[in-house]
Design a protein around this ligand. Structure first.
Ligand code: NAP
Length: 331
């Protein structure tokens, strides 16, 4: 059994690694645990690992590649002594302190001794954009297929673009893209948008936006980059081709919170609820980044909230230590 850690951080995106930098510099010797890349959504380094040029992360005059930026975060965390372990967390027990963490497929049933115990835990497991599941989608991700207009829209000037989805995200992305694109076609599987009325009104008034109703994308075309899609009308079954210079998939996000279900309070969409900064419903457990943010979802906001979680954890550990010392002196 390893010794009890002060801080374990689950996740190695901008939130997790920023929390690692701050807790390492506070001499808390953090352990960051990250999964391996997998088709089920594990993405060490977070969603920036799937992004090409990042131009809106402050501090970089020129674009920086997403994986390079995360490599820099990682090197900075390591420089201050953060341990980074690539090994999927399979179970956590937050019902008593110190908290218990199992990795590598182990669970309390297979291994009563947890892999690690920790006085505090920072959850930074992020969220993943839902994708259509088409064969070409993964291959063309970052090469014309995108899940983030704010991140990538700028690179699609004067192109004909498609946006899949009918919710607020899709309409927000489509409206944003009209600032750069020649035209934007929203491809929606029904005849009615799910998006809020005000967003719908804006969309219907925008001359650069048009709609393909009752339609689903069945294929994405292109070798090095997207050249178009194949659509199927779900009412008539009719197939058609649509030439596009980029495809934005905006069919929702899912927070990576399965590990914590039933142990931490979450909102109706499964995002971890936080209060007073990064505090969760369990004392000593903090959440940062996209796992608790369905609104901003930017690398810089995730990094900022990772810093908040680190400071909250450090102060909480200090207060807990102080309370324990007082209890001992009164005993
Ligand atoms: P959402 O509301 O769940 O909408 C997802 C959209 O994608 C729906 O139109 C859905 O179609 C479609 N879709 C889902 N799976 C699909 C698939 N496999 N193929 C094709 N289409 C598919 O998700 P969201 O737009 O990301 O919004 C999530 C939450 O955040 C919502 O509560 C939203 O109001 C909020 N949000 C708010 C703002 C804002 O206020 N500015 C911006 C973004 C998000 P159906 O309609 O047929 O189900």
């Amino acid at each position: 059994m390893s010794n009890i850690r002060d801080v374990i951080i689950v996740g190695s995106g901008p939130a997790g690694l920023t929390a690692a930098i701050y807790t390492a510099r506070a001499n808390l010797a953090p352990l960051v645990i990250e999964g391996e890349p997998s088709s089920t959504g594990d993405q060490p380094g977070g969603q920036l690992m799937l992004t090409s040029d990042v131009e809106n992360y402050p501090g970089f005059v020129d674009a920086v590649m997403g994986p390079d930026l995360m490599g820099t975060f990682r090197a900075q965390a390591a420089r201050f002594g953060a341990d980074i372990l690539t090994n999927k967390v399979s179970r956590v027990d937050l019902s008593s302190r110190p908290f218990s963490v199992w990795t590598d497929g182990n669970t309390p049933a297979s291994s009563p001794e947890p892999t690690f115990q920790t006085r505090s835990l920072i959850v930074a497991t992020g969220a993943r954009a839902l994708l259509l599941g088409l064969p070409a989608e993964q291959r063309l991700l970052g090469r014309g297929v995108s899940t983030c207009a704010t991140c990538d829209g700028f690179f699609f000037k004067e192109r004909h673009l498609g946006v899949v989805g009918g919710g607020d995200s899709a309409i927000e992305e489509a409206l944003f893209l009209t600032k750069f694109a020649k035209t934007v076609t929203v491809i929606h599987r029904r005849k009615e948008l799910r998006a809020s009325k005000i967003m719908q009104d804006r969309a219907f008034r925008n001359p650069k936006l048009d709609f393909r109703w009752d339609s689903v994308v069945t294929e994405i075309h292109g070798e090095g980059s997207v050249t178009g899609v194949r659509l199927r009308d779900v009412i008539t079954g009719e197939e058609s081709a649509l030439e596009l210079g980029g495809l934005f998939v905006a069919i929702g996000h899912a927070p990576n919170t399965d590990l914590f279900r039933g142990q931490l309070d979450m909102d109706q969409n499964g995002y971890i609820s936080t209060h007073d900064g990064s505090k969760t419903s369990v004392e000593g457990v903090f959440a940062s980044g996209d796992v608790q943010d369905s609104v901003y979802r930017q690398a810089v906001t995730a990094a900022g909230s990772g810093c908040m979680a680190a400071i909250d954890a450090e102060r909480w550990l200090e207060a807990a230590e102080h309370a324990a010392a007082q209890a001992r002196s009164h005993a």
